[in-house]
Write a protein that binds this ligand. Structure first.
Ligand SMILES: Nc1nc2c(ncn2[C@@H]2O[C@H](COP(=O)(O)OP(=O)(O)OP(=O)(O)O)[C@@H](O)[C@H]2O)c(=O)[nH]1
Ligand SMILES: [Mg+2]
Length: 435
């Protein structure tokens, strides 16, 4: 349940709780200046109600005649503040104890405890930001790549919201027709087309936007010893995974976030799959299957220096099941990228089998020599338009995607109704006038 923060004075610690130079508390609401006034002894200011916007005030937070911390304050009056309420930002020394003492003091003087989302909720109630901008802000702080931060900052600044506001304005414009939008002639559907023209392209940005905020999972799959861990190390650019000449080296799965063309991916090393009686190895293989179920993309690795065998057939079988499984997430296309590794060694592998079984061009690489990786990278990002133009609206989460898909379906219904009426007219005209 959402509790209204309208007209309430709230306080949030907005820096991470830990050791650091500065810890920041934001107090927001009609009583913020009064509350902080009771606790603040300023060097150059007596009453914070006289404070100027965006000017720093030095002083101490006190409890009676006891000094708690040396602080610097900033005041933002409601007209221009983030929440639409009077805000006091208190910059204390970092460190959990001092920060918590100042915070508890503010709470004991009547402010309500919230986290930064509380501040954002207050800003939404005051219509200073909308839900999309709040979501962008939340994702912005966990951005994994520069591109991700760029896109989310644009959405926080309103790139996506602007399109929805334009659509609302078009609908309001239609209401000005005589009789309002209910009576608007459906044959005159130009305003609907104008909305469709704006909304439909947005849906095409969703796979890119969602890949930025919820990185796709790439599973490296292959029989033991084909070079899966060596490949991951080559992609990561460091020796993270243990590599060994004996098959069965990787027993657990291990995952890392990696940036490819500025798009974050979660890359997962798995235990080599094969039939085995060994209890521990069977458990590792079950873990591999689990990882495969949640994969968005698979790098299916084969060894150029060994003949194609029944263990490779097992990999192809597992991939076939994975590709056709029904539990695939919306907007995420399952992609298999066949990779032939150890291309620096003499060829023994029958590549035709792989080419005929996986309908996608094969990448030839040497993970050990870090050769051929660029082709893999190209394939991993080819579904996304990575040439991002600043200010472009992008759908970046499931909530937005579902709602905008619903809007598109509704638009299609209206457009087909208009087309049906036009067809009826044509039929009647033909019936009446054409012999
Ligand atoms: N010549 C050559 N050897 C490679 C290449 N890639 C990996 N190897 C070697 O192949 C052996 C197995 O490599 P790993 O990366 O441990 O293979 P894996 O698929 O992770 O093996 P498991 O974890 O046992 O399933 C090691 O001796 C690697 O040095 C390559 O491109 N060329
Ligand atoms: Mg391994």
């Amino acid at each position: 349940m959402n509790i209204s923060l309208y007209n309430k004075t709230i306080a949030a610690i907005v820096t991470p709780l830990g050791e650091g130079g500065i810890g920041k508390i934001v107090v927001s609401g009609p009583e913020s200046l009064n509350i902080v006034n009771k606790l603040f002894e300023g060097k150059h200011i007596k009453d914070l109600c006289d404070a100027e916007n965006n000017k720093l005030y030095y002083g101490h937070v006190v409890n009676g005649n006891q000094r708690i911390d040396e602080v610097i304050l900033n005041v933002e009056k409601h007209e221009s503040s983030f929440t639409g309420e009077d805000i006091v930002e208190i910059n204390c020394h970092g460190g959990i104890r001092i920060l918590m003492r100042v915070y508890e003091l503010i709470i004991s003087h009547g402010a309500k405890k919230v986290d930064w989302e509380g501040l954002a909720a207050q800003a939404i109630e005051k219509k200073k930001i909308d839900a999309i901008q709040k979501e962008a802000l939340r994702e912005l702080v966990t951005s994994r790549t520069k591109l991700c931060a760029k896109v989310l900052l644009d959405q926080y600044k309103g790139a996506l919201s602007k399109i929805l506001h334009e659509c609302m304005d078009i609908i309001k414009g239609a209401e000005c027709f005589p009789g309002g939008k209910e009576n608007t002639d459906v044959r005159n559907d130009s305003f609907i087309k104008e909305i469709a023209h704006r909304i439909e392209p947005l849906l095409n940005t969703a796979s890119f936007g969602m890949a930025l905020t919820a990185p796709q999972a790439i599973v490296i799959l292959g029989k033991p010893n084909v070079g899966k861990s060596t490949l991951i190390n080559a992609i990561l650019g460091e020796e993270q995974m243990i590599v060994h000449h004996e098959p069965g080296t990787t027993r657990d799965y291990a995952s890392e976030i990696v940036s490819i063309a500025d798009i974050p991916f979660e890359i997962i090393d798995t235990a080599g799959m094969r039939k085995t009686e060994d209890m521990l190895e069977s458990m590792s293989i079950e873990m591999t299957r689990e990882q495969l179920r949640r994969a968005d993309k698979v790098l299916a690795v084969f060894d150029n220096s060994k003949p194609f065998d029944h263990e490779d057939w097992e990999i192809l079988g597992a991939l076939k099941l994975w590709k056709t499984a029904k539990d695939c997430e919306m907007q995420r296309t399952r992609i298999i990228i066949p990779v032939i590794n150890k291309n620096d060694l003499p060829a023994q592998l029958d590549k035709k089998i792989i080419e005929s079984q996986i309908a996608s061009p094969v990448c030839y690489i040497s993970a050990q020599k870090k050769e051929g990786l660029d082709v893999i990278y190209e394939k991993l990002v080819q579904e996304f338009d990575t040439c991002y133009h600043p200010g472009t609206p992008v759908v970046f989460n499931k909530r937005q995607f579902y709602l905008l898909s619903r809007a598109c379906r509704t638009l299609q219904t209206i457009i087909s109704r208009a087309a049906a009426i036009r067809e009826l007219e044509d039929i009647f005209t033909e019936c009446l006038w054409e012999t």
